[in-house]
Structure formats: structure tokens, C-alpha cells
Design a protein. Structure first.
Length: 119
């Protein structure tokens, strides 16, 4: 599976961004997907995950109510809508398949996209 995340950028606190991640391969529609992020000097952390149908989602407490994960299986794409952004959301964001019912990555990390939130 090859993963290409995009949509990052520089935004002021309180602003919004929408990240996209296109996945190659013919099994996307049956794959649980997740978003993770890594801030400078910190370990990579879970942000959100979504079931293959999109009917089940899960979020880290730090982003609940502000971020929304969704997917379009016809486009092999998973999205992360980020609203009410805070400076502490600054990080490189990655998408990856995750094992069902877990937040464990199922593949190697692809290319991330940088999100910078200014105060």
C-alpha cells in the first residue's frame, strides 16, 4: 500500500484545514484507516480512525469535537477535517491502515503532511 497525504499548511489558531490521503491498492474499501501525528520532539500519536464502511469512528480525546474523519471508498481516499485548530495541533500528519479494532498501524508510514497552527 502506498499512501500520499496532502492538504497541510499554515493556519491561524481557530482556523480549519482538510487533509486528504490517497491510498493505492485494491483493498482500500475493506481496510480500517487511521490518522496519526508527530509534533517536533514528541512521539507519534493517534488522532482518529475509521472503519471500512465509515460507520464507526474513534478519536483521541485531544481532538474530539474538533476533528472529523471520513472516507470515500470510490476514490480510495480518507479525509481529516480539522476545525478550531490550536497551536498544539502543529505536527506532521500521517495516514495509515490500522488493524481492526485497534490503533496499531498495519503498514509502514507513508509521506506525511505538515500542519502548522500559529497563535
Amino acid at each position: 500500500v502506498q499512501l500520499q497525504a496532502s492538504g497541510g499548511g499554515l493556519v491561524q489558531a481557530g482556523g480549519s484545514l482538510r487533509l486528504s490521503c490517497v491510498a493505492s491498492g485494491r483493498t482500500f474499501s475493506s481496510t480500517n484507516m487511521g490518522w496519526f501525528r508527530q509534533a517536533p520532539g514528541k512521539e507519534r500519536e493517534f488522532v482518529a480512525r475509521i472503519s471500512p464502511s465509515g460507520g464507526v469512528t474513534d478519536y483521541a480525546d485531544s481532538v474530539k469535537g474538533r476533528f472529523t474523519i471520513s472516507r470515500d471508498n470510490a476514490k480510495s481516499t480518507v479525509y481529516l477535517q480539522m476545525n478550531s485548530l490550536k497551536p498544539e495541533d502543529t505536527a506532521v500528519y500521517y495516514c495509515t491502515p490500522v488493524f481492526p479494532g485497534t490503533i496499531r498501524p498495519a503498514t509502514d508510514w507513508g509521506q506525511g503532511t505538515q500542519v502548522t497552527v500559529s497563535s
